[in-house]
Design a binder for this molecule. Structure first.
Ligand SMILES: *Cc1c(COP(=O)(O)O)cnc(C)c1O
Length: 232
């Protein structure tokens, strides 16, 4: 493992985050970095953990289970499309602290049911397909409030905020309007009384713009771990 390169990349990502935080007049404590470790080996996760990174994101349940079995004291984030029949396995992970990708009412009911069996309350984010990209999961902007009305009644899940994955673009400025729309939706819903804190938005290519637009969680893979090769 090329440890020096990991260390260099981590330093760079931290610097990029700090610059964006300064530019936007925010505080660094407001932004949580989730290191997206999908398709990267456990050694790299262990190394970043030693460097003080404690939040890691995975998009496949099996891969997350395998990794969680090998390393403890990590906060895991599930960021991929979650099939209902896999929800019960996620509940086995002690520190699965946040599911970012709640994208249907049926999935909400399943998470609620499994969490109840497990005697826990699962924190989730509602995934919003802001760009209405056919290849992506998530609610449309205008569907979110209707969904929240129903979902807040589920006792064993707690909705912490909103998440989005926007279409990849070389120019990160193209992500800005999508991020802004999600931030506006969150403010609107907060005004209506919904207790939403988190905005999970921004990846390697556009996390600075996301921070400028109000992200509280950025999900960064490639900029930390290097390329994932052919996978993805
Ligand atoms: C892979 C992935 C990321 C990280 O992507 P990078 O461009 O490598 O930073 C973030 N969010 C989700 C949902 C992902 O699937």
């Amino acid at each position: 493992m090329a440890v020096e390169r990991l260390a260099t990349r981590l330093t760079k990502v931290k610097r990029r985050i700090n610059l964006a935080v300064d530019r936007s007049g925010r505080k660094s404590g407001e932004i949580k970095l989730v290191a997206v470790s999908k398709n990267h080996p456990i050694d790299k996760i262990k190394y970043l953990k030693e460097q003080g990174i404690s939040n890691f994101g995975e998009n496949r349940v099996q891969e997350l289970l395998d990794k969680a079995a090998e390393i403890d004291k990590i906060t895991w984030h599930f960021i991929g499309h979650l099939q209902r029949n896999k929800v019960k396995y996620l509940m086995r992970i002690q520190n699965c602290q946040l599911i970012h990708s709640l994208d249907s009412w049926r999935l909400a009911k399943e998470i609620d049911k499994r969490a109840r069996k497990n005697e826990c309350i699962m924190p989730v984010l509602v995934q919003v397909n802001v760009a209405e990209d056919e290849n992506k999961f998530g609610f449309k902007l205008e569907e979110v409030e209707e969904f929240l009305k129903k979902a807040v009644k589920l006792k064993n899940l707690v909705i912490k905020g909103l998440m989005t994955v926007v279409p990849y673009a070389d120019d990160p400025e193209l992500s800005r309007p999508f991020f802004r729309r999600l931030t506006d939706l969150k403010s609107d819903l907060v005004q209506k009384g919904y207790d939403l804190e988190e905005l999970s938005m921004g990846m390697t290519n556009d996390f600075e713009v996301a921070i400028e637009e109000g992200a509280t969680i950025v999900r960064v893979g490639t900029a930390l771990f290097g390329k994932r090769g052919d996978y993805q």
